[in-house]
Ligand binder design. Structure first.
Ligand code: GN1
Ligand code: MG
Length: 353
């Protein structure tokens, strides 16, 4: 059934190969993503964009096509491999996305060959290479006018907005969920001031607004089989932001010794060696595109992004799991506890960092 549907959608796009089979790539929490095998290379990645979460899908697609085009031009002008950038296939009618019968939006990308992703980082080299990739992304988009991008999810990393969603969730959460979350609710309340440091700097104009990826978890970076970084993927949330969003969200996943939803919190630790390796690669590539004040607050970026996921997962748990895909009743609570544990472990090593 799904095979038939995916084949039909795939055939709306302007490419010459024949659909053979699909595999779901289930690591995302929002969209539906499928690896499409065809009778000849290249293979493709077909994605249904969740329009319940992303209200302006055409705008989102325009953003990511524009950023990819910009990156491709840069890579070519620098004599680098221009295949290492997302490439979107147009439909047979020349559009960048296909809108299906049920109102679903689809886009098709070329699969970047011989690439792998990592859900958990196990080697310092991967942390370093990840830093290089995300640093390079920011360096190469530094001259892209961020104001031309649409804000795909308004206030996405705005801390006050995430707090206000959290307060709303408290009002309507079930007693059972409030009780289960009570320790973490207290933590959120205690950390409010510290978690607004970056936002205040941003609003005062001290930290510049630039093009940011906004979802730099390590599984959104492609590597080759020798652990060398290839390309940044999942550019759905590309929009105006600050450097700390990208630096911090990558740290959140690279430095976690366990998966984002690991329930055994003893396994969740902040790996400071990976932090240093990532930061080294990141600074090496971002070069002069980062200012002194931006640099100074990178560690605050790491803390803030770990925290923002903790509060978002907690809020979704209190709301009865309406945003993220979940596999069991306390999945969001477990994700949130995991992020709080990671933050605690980071704080225990802060002097060293
Ligand atoms: C969501 O669906 P995915 O995995 O690309 C979320 C990110 C979170 C991430 C946590 C639009 O991303 O902000 O960091 O889950 N994306 C959106 O794993 O909310
Ligand atoms: Mg994403």
């Amino acid at each position: 059934m799904l095979t038939k549907k995916l084949k039909k959608v795939f055939e709306q796009f302007d490419q010459s190969s024949n659909f053979q089979s699909y595999k779901e790539l289930a690591s995302g929490h929002i969209n539906d993503t499928y690896f499409i095998e065809t009778d000849e290379s290249p293979f493709y990645v077909l994605q249904r964009i969740n329009h319940g979460v992303f209200h302006d899908v055409p705008g989102l697609i325009e953003n990511k096509v524009a950023v990819s085009d910009h990156l491709r031009k840069k890579l070519i002008s620098q004599g680098k491999n221009a295949n290492n950038v997302l490439s979107f296939i147009k439909t047979k009618t020349g559009a960048s996305y296909y809108k299906g019968d049920e109102g679903n939006y689809w886009n098709l990308m070329v699969f970047i060959e011989n690439s792998v992703t990592h859900e958990i980082v196990t080697a310092e080299e991967i942390a370093f290479e990840g830093g290089k990739l995300f640093g390079e992304f920011l360096e190469m988009t530094n001259d892209f006018d961020a104001s031309t991008l649409c804000e795909v999810i308004p206030k996405f990393h705005d801390m006050s907005f995430r707090y206000s969603q959290f307060y709303d969730s408290l009002k309507q959460a079930s007693d059972e969920r409030l009780l289960k979350a009570s320790v973490y609710i207290d933590l959120v309340n205690q950390m409010k001031e510290e978690m607004h440091i970056l936002q205040n700097l941003k609003e005062s104009g001290a930290i510049k607004i630039r093009v940011t990826h906004n979802d730099t978890k390590i599984s959104n970076a492609l590597f080759d089989k020798n652990n060398k970084g290839l390309c940044v993927i999942d550019t759905d949330t590309v929009m105006p932001g600050i450097v700390h969003y990208d630096f911090g969200d990558a740290i959140r996943t690279i430095c976690n010794t366990a998966a984002e939803d690991e329930k055994n919190l003893d396994l969740v630790k902040f790996n400071s060696a990976f932090y240093k390796a990532y930061k080294k690669g990141f600074l090496e590539k971002i070069g002069t595109a980062i200012s002194e004040i931006e640099s100074k607050y990178l560690i605050t970026g790491a803390k803030s992004m770990i925290f923002i996921m903790a509060i978002r997962f907690l809020t979704d748990f209190l709301n009865g799991d309406i945003y993220y895909k979940t596999s069991y009743g306390e999945h969001n609570l477990d994700r949130s506890k995991n992020q709080f544990k990671l933050l605690e472990s980071l704080n225990n090593q802060i002097s060293e960092l």
